[in-house]
Design a protein around this ligand. Structure first.
Ligand code: SF4
Ligand code: SF4
Length: 217
């Protein structure tokens, strides 16, 4: 009995004189681990064009249904990304997000990455739904604000991904048919399961029971 008390109190006294492992937050902030999964960032190319091409793969990969993306065609006069489309609406619902990083894995253009920012605590539910303007990286120094014209982009002669930008939107290109042009491509029913219909294949959006976005936070 005495030995047990001695051991127990001994441990308590030893712990009392050890340096603390906690800090007084928010007065003191410790840097997060380099690979910490924090708030998402939508990245840009060095000329300011958005890397996101509005493909929605991140939204489909998300197990928590936290991402909502709507793509829109770039035009020769107004180009926001080097792809056929760009993300005109991009929302992440941080009340749903579990910071698993699967959306990052799914992104084919490395547009989406995660930062070390973990300070996302708000009083209102709607503040947890981040819009595109809160997620997009700032314009690189010297870059012109978007949109850019195809002529401007072509003059830079940059390689984006594995090809030049400033291509006409797919629907207007002569080689569009082989990838399923929106006007000549296969009908969605030819693919069977709508979830497997390739993007750009003239698909109609499969029904979602509980569409993401502000209306279902
Ligand atoms: S980190 Fe995971 S839960 Fe959060 S948006 Fe990405 S895929 Fe969804
Ligand atoms: S997967 Fe990447 S490119 Fe596609 S919509 Fe998401 S962020 Fe944009």
């Amino acid at each position: 009995m005495f030995n047990a008390l001695r051991k127990g109190f001994g441990l308590t006294f030893k712990s009392m004189f050890r340096p603390g492992v906690t800090v007084r937050y928010p007065e003191h902030r410790r840097p997060a681990a380099p690979r910490y999964h924090g708030r998402h960032v939508l990245n840009r190319h060095p000329d300011g064009l958005e890397k996101c091409v509005g493909c929605e793969l991140c939204a489909w990969a998300c197990p928590a249904d936290a991402i909502y993306v709507e793509g829109k065609d770039n035009t020769p006069e107004a180009r926001y990304s080097p792809g056929e489309r760009y993300g005109v609406i991009y929302q992440i619902n941080y009340l749903r997000c579990i910071f698993c990083g699967l959306c990052i894995e799914a992104c084919p253009t490395r547009a989406l990455t995660m930062s070390n920012d973990y300070e996302m605590t708000f009083d209102n539910r709607e503040d947890y739904i981040y819009e595109k303007h809160q997620l997009i990286a700032p314009l690189p120094e010297g870059a012109k604000p978007l949109p850019h014209s195809d002529a401007e982009v072509a003059a830079r002669d940059m390689d984006y991904y594995q090809g030049k930008a400033a291509q006409l939107p797919l629907a207007h290109r002569s080689d569009a048919g082989h990838r399923g042009d929106v006007s000549t491509g296969p009908e969605p029913e030819e693919f069977g399961d709508p979830a497997t219909v390739p993007l750009g294949g003239g698909r109609t959006e499969p029904p979602r029971d509980d569409p993401p976005g502000k209306d279902r936070s």
